[in-house]
Design a protein around this ligand. Structure first.
Ligand SMILES: Nc1ncnc2c1ncn2[C@@H]1O[C@H](COP(=O)(O)OP(=O)(O)O)[C@@H](O)[C@H]1O
Ligand SMILES: [Mg+2]
Length: 237
């Protein structure tokens, strides 16, 4: 593995009186796919929102590319190479596919838009076919592809995906995971949040299990897939 690009140490995040993230620590190195798995409400999305500057930790440290990002603004973080595809794939519904993708490059010089589009269309030929289509009329799977493509337009050093498989039919879930694997093979480092533990751990280099705001287990993807507690709780025995 390459250098450590994300280091999270002892973060605690609150929503008013609700203590959502409790002493969470983990790291991501260049070239990895790191999976963060756990049941609904475990704190996965809150963790990603904290990394991308939408929420703040009351304690600890978050370092990205060797610098503290505890107090950085979200747009600065995108410019620094941290891209977040949120849960529920929010794309601009009234814009076309290509306009959405162009928006994703807002932190980059204009000269990067055309090569960026080419790169995204190579991974998502479906988006190329539909590039003049208004995004609100895309299927759920296509909107997920668009949200991922838009994030890739910022040329991220770390791509954070929040439940890309949520609400999709099994065949589309397979397609989305194939694309995640392809992006990884093409050199993208990925932090993958999923409730679909089987799929996530089967492509992950390493993983962390979250339960009620804490990291309770970690290991390689394979170790976690074979772990009895993980099997019982997340893999149906
Ligand atoms: N905006 C919010 N206000 C209050 N509590 C929240 C909010 N968002 C999430 N929570 C709570 O924080 C905890 C973690 O939620 P979340 O990070 O969304 O979990 P996950 O993504 O793992 O399903 C849950 O108990 C959830 O109810
Ligand atoms: Mg979530």
């Amino acid at each position: 593995m390459g250098d450590r690009i994300l280091h999270v140490e002892d973060i605690n995040v609150y929503y008013g009186a609700i203590h959502a993230i409790k002493d969470v620590s983990f790291e991501v190195s260049e070239g990895e796919i790191v999976a963060l798995i756990g049941a609904n409400g475990a704190g996965k999305s809150t963790t990603l929102k904290t990394l991308s500057g939408l929420l703040r930790s009351a304690t600890g440290a978050i370092e990205f590319m060797g610098e503290s990002i505890m107090h950085a603004q979200p747009d600065r973080l995108v410019a620094k190479g941290l891209a977040h595809v949120p849960e529920g794939r929010r794309v601009f519904q009234q814009m076309t596919v290509e306009e959405n993708l162009e928006m994703g490059a807002y932190t980059r010089p204009g000269s990067e838009i055309a090569p960026g589009l080419e790169r995204v269309y190579a991974h998502f030929p479906r988006l190329k076919e539909r590039r003049r289509q208004v995004s609100g009329t895309l299927s759920g799977g296509e909107q997920q592809m668009l949200a991922m493509g838009r994030a890739l337009m910022s040329s991220p050093k770390l791509l954070m995906l929040d439940e890309p498989s949520m609400g999709l039919a099994p065949i589309l879930i397979e397609q989305i995971f194939d694309i995640v694997r392809e992006l990884h093979e093409a050199g993208t480092t990925i932090l993958l949040v999923e409730q679909n533990a089987q799929m996530a751990l089967s492509i992950a280099t390493r993983g962390y299990v979250m339960e009620t705001g804490r990291v309770t287990l970690s290991g390689t993807g394979r170790e976690l897939l074979e772990n009895d507690d993980v099997r019982k709780a997340y893999l149906g025995g």
